[in-house]
Design a protein around this ligand. Structure first.
Ligand SMILES: Cc1cc2nc3c(=O)[nH]c(=O)nc-3n(C[C@H](O)[C@H](O)[C@H](O)COP(=O)(O)OP(=O)(O)OC[C@H]3O[C@@H](n4cnc5c(N)ncnc54)[C@H](O)[C@@H]3O)c2cc1C
Length: 454
């Protein structure tokens, strides 16, 4: 421990969550804070660090503030940087990355600056009254409290695929996902959700004009944002997923009869989702995931109207085709890859011959099987309990990790996408900003209550 720098709080991960919680802490305390990130451009994380201008936010500007007590913060920033923009706009994600970078720069400049550290944390171990964080370069640091803001992992590989298969892009967020490709080359995208939408736009942005096939188990497509009259939630009996879905159906019919649309009902649930989710048993949550997860995701996470229109055009022209079915295997060919698959409700096997396959099946949240050094070390030490439904980590009401023996771990917290298992609604900025403020408040209170470490 000699010569290892000592901090009160260490934040691991300098994406959106790490940045926003750092800013919230800096507002409240002069404590010694380290922010450790392994990304090339801090603050942006996987969502907002992209070279593609066509990647838009899927939340309008009015709801993308980083601060829950100043909900117009991003809309004002946007108006300064794009005078023609309105708060209803879906801004480019790269621009939102600039916004986060400014927030981080301010936190790093504050009278008591936060210490930025570039590197990857490979283990977090407990030693008496503090945590020791080990980095890949062999250095280490000490902290009294740790926030693991390590966010979204790339998807798992589908059957028959591995990262070393030529022509296969296992990480859809890689900057080169749409480059070095002949303009007319056929492409297969695995997944038909929002990441598929992004990748199609990226390919078009880089001049690709060839056929694109998108395949998922169900072949269901995005829904688009459209205006609606907000309606406060009046009565909800949701002690089981079945009752909740029945309620949804009735309310949607009622909204539509009154001239409103289903979006009003889905969005009215947002402040109540965590309460409903937490009231369900593990078996009920599993049933919801089995029967309704995909439908929920599509209706809850919608695309901007202009993006929907672009994709609709590509489908109408035949450039983009959507398929439902299951992948069976993949093999390298002289021109790329052959992917064997079976269409849904069919016994006849088919194949795609393509130059590139891009995995857009969604972030991997199966932490029982993740093998990155940090996650492996936390799991093996028993500090991290993977959620049995493969949704992230088991945490308490404050985002504190629950260990393998079912106890909350003092001084070890997480935020954002890693809390889905407990909250269900926990990936987007409107939730992250609230969690960041609450966590900062809690940590400052806990630090004040503890004796100062030497
Ligand atoms: C493609 C995409 C688009 C999205 N679009 C929107 C949107 O429009 N609106 C919205 O509200 N939400 C959106 N989201 C949701 C998104 O989860 C949040 O908005 C937010 O970006 C989450 O940030 P994060 O910091 O928690 O995670 P991440 O962005 O994943 O950042 C985590 C960071 O931690 C780093 N890290 C991980 N492990 C270590 C380690 N061991 N040591 C050091 N550093 C480490 C990673 O490299 C990364 O930089 C989107 C998500 C994705 C994936």
């Amino acid at each position: 421990m000699i010569n290892e720098p000592v901090f009160d709080i260490a934040i691991v991960g300098a994406g959106a969550s790490g940045t926003v919680v750092a800013a919230q802490l800096r507002k409240r305390t002069a404590a010694r804070i380290a922010l450790i990130g392994n990304g090339t451009r801090p603050a942006r994380g996987v969502a907002y660090d992209t070279p593609y201008q066509s990647y838009l936010l899927n939340v309008p500007a009015w709801n993308m503030s980083a601060f829950p007590d100043d909900t117009d913060h991003f809309a004002r920033w946007l108006a300064q940087h794009r005078p023609q923009a309105t708060d209803k706009d879906f801004a480019p994600r790269t621009l939102y990355g600039d916004y986060l970078a400014e927030i981080l720069a301010e936190a790093l400049r504050a009278p008591t600056p936060i210490t930025p550290i570039a590197g990857e944390v490979v283990s977090v171990t407990r030693a008496e009254d503090h945590w020791r964080l080990q980095l890949t370069d062999g250095t280490a640091l000490i902290a009294r409290q740790v926030i693991l803001a390590v966010g979204n992992l790339p998807p798992n590989d589908p059957p028959g695929f591995s990262a070393d298969l030529p022509g296969y892009w296992s990480n859809p967020w890689a900057a080169d996902v749409a480059t070095n490709l002949a303009p007319d080359a056929p492409v297969l995208i695995i997944g038909t959700g929002l990441t598929m939408v992004d990748v199609v736009l990226a390919l078009r942005e880089r001049g690709h004009r060839g056929p694109i096939a998108a395949l998922s188990h169900h072949g269901r497509l995005y829904q688009v944002h459209a205006s609606f009259t907000p309606r406060p939630l009046t009565l909800l009996i949701a002690d089981s997923p079945q009752r909740a879905l029945r309620w949804l159906r009735t309310e949607i019919e009622r909204a539509q009869r009154g001239g409103n649309n289903w979006r009003a009902v889905i969005d009215s649930l947002r402040p109540h989702t965590a309460t409903i989710w937490r009231s369900w048993s593990l078996a009920q949550r599993a049933a919801f995931l089995r029967h309704a997860r995909n439908l929920w995701d599509i209706h809850r996470h919608r695309v901007p109207p202009q993006v929907g229109a672009q994709l609709d055009d590509l489908i109408a022209q035949g450039t983009l085709s959507i398929h439902a079915g299951r992948i069976l295997s993949a093999e390298a060919t002289p021109h790329g890859l052959r992917v064997n698959w079976r269409p849904k409700d069919s016994a006849i096997f088919q194949y795609f011959d393509v130059a590139r396959v891009i995995n857009c099946t969604g972030p991997n949240r199966d932490y029982g099987r993740v093998t990155t050094p940090l996650i492996t070390s936390l799991r093996e030490a028993g500090w991290l309990t993977p959620d049995p439904l493969k949704l992230g980590w088991v945490t308490d009401d404050d985002g504190r990790l629950i260990d393998a023996w079912g106890n909350p771990v003092a001084g070890l917290f997480t935020i954002g996408p890693l809390r889905i298992a407990d909250l269900w609604e926990s990936i987007a900025m409107p939730e992250i900003r609230v969690q960041a403020a609450a966590l900062a408040e809690l940590l400052v209170t806990e630090l004040q209550a503890e004796p100062v470490m030497v």
